[in-house]
Design a protein around this ligand. Structure first.
Ligand code: FES
Length: 118
């Protein structure tokens, strides 16, 4: 188990919302979905868009720059870019993006604090 770092208080973030924090010098996105808290790297693996400036729909966060979507539970891409490419190219890009796994972090609740395992 890594070091636990306090990210936010549970009262700081409501259901279906997300917020960026900096922990140990890294930008982390904290999201709450149905009373569970998730932590992922806040930087899009495509070209560095800040996911916290995008949208959260269920378990999926969408990058504000080019529309890629990622599952906040496992960090895997759900959609790579916002349409316009042939299916074969998209498949190749998805395969490449999966090889650069999107960073996720375990979270723990201690009293009223959201702790992130770094
Ligand atoms: S920077 Fe996120 S989809 Fe391009």
């Amino acid at each position: 188990m890594g070091t636990l770092v306090e990210a936010l208080k549970t009262s700081d973030i409501s259901s279906g919302k997300m917020q960026a924090v900096t922990l140990n010098g890294q930008e982390i996105l904290i999201a709450q979905v149905r009373n569970k808290y998730y932590a992922v790297r806040n930087i899009c693996p495509h070209r560095g868009g800040r996911l916290s400036e995008g949208t959260l729909t269920g378990m999926v966060v969408e990058c504000p720059l080019h529309g890629s979507q990622f599952n906040i539970v496992n960090g895997q891409p759900v959609r790579w870019l916002r349409g316009g490419l042939s299916g074969k190219i998209v498949s190749i890009i998805k395969a490449l993006s999966r090889s650069k796994k999107f960073q996720t972090y375990k979270t723990h609740i201690e009293d009223d604090s959201i702790m992130v395992e770094m």
